[in-house]
Design a protein around this ligand. Structure first.
Ligand code: CKX
Length: 615
């Protein structure tokens, strides 16, 4: 079983066949697909693009809101030159569940909508002939997996998704699908850690994993690793699965000043012939927390930027390289240096761009929606149900196992990106009861174990996780606050009281925080891209500006606030509801990536703040 999560690249020994394009597609309204043999091929289908969400492609509500199983099919030809290779179909992500069939036969299934998985189809392919690849996907939400929610049923029997989170439950084959033809003896993973010396040299410690899928030639190979600079000159090399590469006069990877080396990993036989080759880019840098500061290569960095979403018109959450490019251009224009992948790991192309552009990423798991107290409060008040705290539910053990699997896969996938500086393990969970603590300890420990670079860990604290009652913040290496003083808490004319309440909370954190740096992972105000009003009212662009000015004056009063990530980079789609007018409008940019007036407030501030602000 091929488990590698290495980014798929072609090389001297690896072949790739991209399978993106128009695929056959069918909603399985009656859950009859398997009984009717849809795994062998779809009749009576629509054509849809892969990758994309399906929701906004159609013009009717039932398609947009569809909840249940939905099927995809495509065809491909594998050339007979690939007969001796390991053949793997690599899915960047399918939201939220997938079962894969090749020529009618089930090969794998996967749960979790935001990370890659493989279908090993070796031995099941007809060479030089058409092969049928079918995927049964499912987008039902549950409390046993992340993101959390439930699947409800309308009075007419139709299922619908009830998300416990504030973004549309976009679903589909969201990222690229690639057929990989790999050597039987393959590089399946590698990891690096860095030491930077006073004499400007650096040590790259590496560790390579090799697997033998033919299980007959394991002993007959050697691993050779070399590092090339931007000009293609070899600057260091070493032999063996584990080793050290010493780079003299190392060019360090830095914020908005990235330098990437190419790492070439070769497997060679006794005669020196290449068996496998994997090529990637790495950045030499260290990242740590010391004396309450974030240190990149030993120097303090003040974080500024955004919480984002993968969200764009028509494609929904589907990979869109043009949107990725535009987002980076907007993030550079405004003077930001960091973003959080709220609320799930993003497409790999986003991280590869961050590596190139020198952006810092707080990489977040899909653990969002772990908070049901509001609903419980209503139930308890009506006497219909006893209050059950989130982490005491009978679903918790299964949820924890799935959550840990997601953490492991996220770190396995993203650990070599210089841009990734920290792991955010949950967003806005319920933290005010003791029953949360063992769950948090388990996920924090899991991240520590999995990451060779031991990056700092955090989670985003919801409004009601306060210094008085939060039971879990102490587990964070740095504390991330989602705060809405002046929006959800005392908004509009009462912003004056909001500021006072905000400062009162900060004064309490100041007393207990020890040496931990704090950042804001969310602060924002819904704002119409069209509304101007003098004097301001909530929802106007003028109010968004005032809201940010107030929040920044609070941040500036506390030296231990070491970063500010606005909510949100752009307006994004949510489910329908009385507090959302066709989506969340807290964007600094519209959904179409045009600036609201607050973009200029932030640009002015962020371009002025030194990189080591509050050092
Ligand atoms: N935080 C009071 C999670 C995000 C939401 C954001 C909002 C909330 C605020 C919680 O996913 O979009 O309401 O704007």
């Amino acid at each position: 079983m091929y488990k590698s999560l290495l980014y798929p690249v072609a090389s001297a020994c690896r072949r790739l066949l991209p399978l993106d394009g128009m695929w056959k597609f069918k909603f399985d309204k009656k859950s009859e697909g398997n009984k009717e043999g849809w795994n062998t091929g779809l009749s009576d289908y629509d054509l849809v693009p892969v990758p994309s969400s399906f929701a906004d492609l159609f013009t009717d509500k039932d398609s947009r809101e569809f909840c249940g199983d939905f099927w995809y099919e495509t065809e491909f030809v594998a050339p007979s030159e690939w007969k001796d290779r390991e053949l793997v179909v690599r899915f960047g992500s399918v939201t939220h569940r997938a079962t894969v069939y090749i020529n009618g036969e089930e090969v794998t299934s996967h749960v979790g909508g935001f990370l890659p998985f493989n279908a090993d189809i070796t031995g099941k392919v007809k060479f030089d002939e058409m092969n049928k690849l079918v995927v049964k996907a499912n987008n039902e939400l549950s409390e046993k997996m992340i993101p959390c929610g439930k699947t409800s049923v309308r009075s007419d029997g139709t299922k619908y998704a009830q998300a416990y989170f504030d973004f549309f439950n976009y679903s589909g084959i969201h990222r690229s699908v690639k057929l990989m033809a790999l050597p039987k003896l393959s590089i399946t993973d590698y990891e690096t850690t860095y030491e930077i010396k006073d004499d400007r040299s650096a040590i790259v410690n590496y560790n390579v994993c090799v697997e033998d899928f033919a299980s007959d030639n394991s002993a007959n190979y050697e691993v050779k690793v070399c590092l090339k600079d931007k000009e293609g000159n070899v600057v260091a090399s070493s032999d063996g699965e584990k080793g050290k590469l010493k780079v003299e006069n190392a060019n360090l990877w830095n914020v908005r000043a990235a330098y990437l080396y190419t790492i070439v990993i070769d497997l060679v036989d006794k005669e020196g012939n290449k068996i496998d080759e994997y090529v990637d880019k790495i950045g030499i840098r260290t990242f740590e927390i010391k004396d309450g500061h974030f240190l990149l290569n030993g120097k303090p960095v003040y974080l500024r930027g955004f919480g984002k979403h993968e969200d764009s018109d028509i494609r929904g959450r589907g990979l869109d390289l043009a949107t990725i490019k535009r987002d980076y251009e907007c993030m550079k224009w405004i003077g930001s240096n960091c973003f959080r992948t709220s609320h799930y790991p993003y497409a790999e192309e986003m991280y590869r761009m961050a590596d190139e552009e020198g952006f810092l990423i707080i990489d977040e798991t899909p653990a969002v929606g772990m908070f049901e107290s509001l609903m419980n409060a209503v139930d308890a008040a009506s006497g219909s149900k006893a209050v059950v705290h989130w982490f005491e539910k009978e679903t918790t053990p299964e949820l924890l196992e799935h959550h840990k699997e997601c953490i492991k896969d996220m770190i396995k996938r993203d650990k070599n990106h210089p841009s990734v500086i920290a792991w955010s393990l949950l967003n806005e969970p319920e933290t005010i009861y003791e029953c949360a603590v063992p769950y948090f300890e388990a996920v924090f420990e899991c991240a520590r174990q999995e990451d060779p670079q031991k990056r700092p860990r955090t989670f985003a604290l919801v409004i009601n996780s306060t210094p008085d009652n939060c039971k879990c913040w102490h587990l964070c290496d740095f504390v991330s606050l989602n705060r809405y003083y002046g929006w959800y808490v005392m908004g509009g004319y009462n912003i004056v009281s909001a500021e006072q309440a905000f400062r009162a909370e900060m004064d309490k954190w100041a007393k207990i925080r020890g040496d931990k740096p704090f950042i804001f992972t969310e602060y924002g105000a819904d704002t119409s891209g069209e509304l101007h009003k003098l004097p301001s009212v909530m929802w106007s662009q003028e109010y968004q500006d005032e809201y940010y000015d107030m929040n920044h004056s609070v941040f500036d009063s506390y030296p231990w606030v070491q970063g500010e990530l606005v909510w949100n980079f752009a307006d994004f789609q949510t489910g329908e509801g009385i507090i959302r007018m066709n989506g969340n409008k807290k964007g600094i940019f519209t959904r179409n990536r045009q600036p609201k007036s607050a973009a200029y407030v932030l640009k002015h501030r962020w371009e002025e703040l030194p990189l080591d602000y509050k050092k």
